[in-house]
Write a protein that binds this ligand. Structure first.
Ligand code: ATP
Ligand code: MG
Length: 567
């Protein structure tokens, strides 16, 4: 993306946000020599979710906007929670969103030697010490927001003693938690992060990349800012919780006298009817509440992808929600709206019957087949047309028939007429029931003069139904989804100490006996369609030619557009 002109032509620039203004100012003063270098720094302890997408679009978007660079960096400082499975998934998800880090892929663990050397430097400068207090004692000594902390009895060890103890920590002489290395800053600081934070802890656990080379690991706070510095990052974008850590990162970088990026905080994304905490998402996976990280109900990028959400809709969503400095919760209907807008323009229309009811057209010649011309997308004439086979026996949607309909039911009922999409007008002559009294089949007659969909005598037929030919259609499985949670804010820990109590037992409905038009047997996993009147769908990874499987991405009803119009 060096050619900024073609960038401009391709994508309309999003409106400027406060981060753009800050960077514009840095560029004006030449602070980083006009350079813009960002990074997306996930911890590989789970799959990426829609909140991460906001950060990815922001960081890669800044690089694109300013002709700069964006690194992908795995913040892998915690060996006990991280796995290479997550590294692979993160790469795949960032690529799927359409971003390219051009080989600038780094790991915080690549910097373990440098971080260790810098820790030794701090000790030499009297700015770090080895502490023997345990985790509970350290917490106790730290004080509170209203009370200053107390110095550890080990705070005034000599440089020689600290160097020796730190070396022995590294050599594996002590057990987990027996000693830590702490920065020597200020136990009375108003900002608790400045009260001698821990830099290194002992953890005798193998790391997914460094194996058993280390038994001491840097804390996130000690690794993060220095990793940015090593990579020459100009603008280090992070979420608001890290605002209080910024003075600490500044202190580290100043104490070391190394390149000093500008940290800028923005509000993280929260969405209604979902949780965006990796810890909670992991619990859903581990406890079997969902089928995996890529369950189509999950807010993970792999879940959204499997559900059929196009990456373009996620970009659109991120542009619309913007970047701000105060936390808020976005209505999940906004995301659905973006999905619909994109799918409406691009998804081929097809016919699929989800709850089939058989219709026999008694005056249609047995064995006769007609190939009906069907438009693929009324929103996009260049999408062309296809042939759909019509025959004597078809399926319609069970809910499109009522034996005893109310007024204004413009679908099928005894004696009533409807139009079959792309085919004839039919009239219901007879209802066939089983012993239990359930409707199992309809006997209809068609009007051969109505192939165009219009009656030559001008009589009015209001309803138009979708259908699938029984002789030509393919049996398919369709999976419908609702919100994973029944509560708007299931992540609110005060209201819901156990967020799993908010799980929606109806969030997934499997319809195993659907009928879809023949062309859909060839749908490849990930291909997206509109099923007329039923919503937008995508073929699932479980799909085969013998048994196609589709996930409903979104319904056709746009609740957000309605709300937005009213507002
Ligand atoms: P969690 O707290 O659930 O573990 P995290 O913030 O620790 O999530 P990371 O892997 O550290 O997850 O996140 C990588 C990047 O994505 C960080 O820069 C973080 O600020 C950003 N990010 C994570 N969640 C969100 C969110 N909901 N909205 C915007 N950005 C986010
Ligand atoms: Mg994090």
């Amino acid at each position: 993306m060096n050619d900024s002109k073609s960038d401009k032509d391709e994508a309309p620039r999003e409106t400027a946000n406060f981060i753009h203004h800050l960077i514009d100012e840095d560029n004006r003063t030449g602070r980083f020599g006009g350079r813009v270098h960002t990074r997306f720094p996930p911890e590989p302890n789970g799959f990426l979710h829609i909140g991460h997408a906001k950060s990815i679009c922001l960081n890669f978007g800044l690089a694109r906007r300013y002709g700069g660079l964006c690194n992908l960096r795995f913040d892998d400082t915690n060996p006990t929670r991280e796995e290479s499975e997550y590294v692979d998934a993160i790469r795949e998800d960032v690529s799927w969103l359409g971003f390219d880090w051009s080989g600038r892929e780094f790991f915080a663990s690549d910097y373990f030697d440098q971080l260790h050397a810098w820790a030794v430097e701090l000790i030499r400068a009297g700015k770090a010490y080895v502490d023997d207090l345990g985790a509970d004692e350290i917490r106790e000594y730290r004080g509170t927001l209203t009370e200053p902390g107390r110095d550890s009895p080990h705070r005034n060890r000599t440089v020689e003693e600290n160097l020796d103890l730190f070396e022995r920590m590294r050599a594996g002489e002590f057990g987990d938690g027996e000693r830590v290395l702490r920065a020597r800053i200020d136990m009375a600081a108003g900002n608790l992060n400045m009260r001698d934070p821990v830099l290194y802890r002992i953890l005798k656990a193998p790391h997914h990349r460094t194996g058993n080379r280390w038994c001491i690991y840097p804390m996130y706070d000690w690794a993060h800012g220095q990793s940015d510095s090593i990579e020459g990052i100009s603008h280090s974008i992070c979420t608001l919780e890290f605002e209080d850590h910024r003075p600490l990162y500044d202190w580290f970088l100043d104490a070391l006298g190394v390149h000093h990026p500008q940290q800028i905080e923005f509000a993280r994304l929260n969405l209604t009817y979902t949780v965006l905490s990796k810890r909670k998402l992991l619990a859903l996976v581990k406890n079997g509440h969902v089928t995996g990280w890529d369950d189509p109900r999950m807010p993970t990028l792999s879940g959204l992808r499997r559900r059929g959400v196009p990456p373009e809709a996620i970009h659109d969503f991120c542009d619309r929600i913007g970047v701000a400095r105060s936390n808020s919760t976005v209505d999940i209907a906004v995301l659905d709206h973006c999905v619909r807008e994109f799918m409406n323009r691009t998804a081929p229309r097809m016919m699929a019957v989800l709850n089939p009811l058989k219709v026999v057209i008694e005056n249609y010649p047995e064995g006769q087949v007609e190939e009906m011309e069907a438009e693929n997308n009324p929103e996009d004439p260049s999408a062309g047309t296809r042939k759909v086979s019509f025959g004597r026996e078809i399926y319609i949607e069970r809910e499109d028939f009522m034996e005893d309909p109310p007024k204004k039911f413009f679908r099928l009922a005894p004696g009533a007429e409807v139009r079959l999409k792309h085919a004839y007008i039919i009239r219901c002559e007879k209802v066939v029931k089983n012993e239990a009294g359930e409707v199992v089949q309809l006997i209809c007659r068609y009007d051969p003069e109505t192939k165009s969909g219009q009656a030559p005598d001008g009589r009015k037929v209001k309803g138009t139904l979708h259908w699938v030919s029984a002789a030509h259609g393919v049996r398919a499985e369709v999976r419908l989804y609702e919100h994973l949670f029944t509560e708007e804010n299931p992540g609110d820990e005060k209201a819901f100490p156990d967020f799993t109590t908010c799980l929606n037992p109806q969030s997934r409905q499997v319809l195993p006996e659907c009928w879809v038009e023949a062309g859909l047997a060839r749908a490849k996993p990930g291909e997206r369609y509109q099923f007329l009147r039923m919503g937008y769908f995508a073929a699932d990874k479980d799909s085969t030619a013998e048994r196609p499987v589709f996930n409903r991405t979104v319904t056709l009803r746009d609740t957000w557009a309605k709300i937005a119009r009213k507002g």
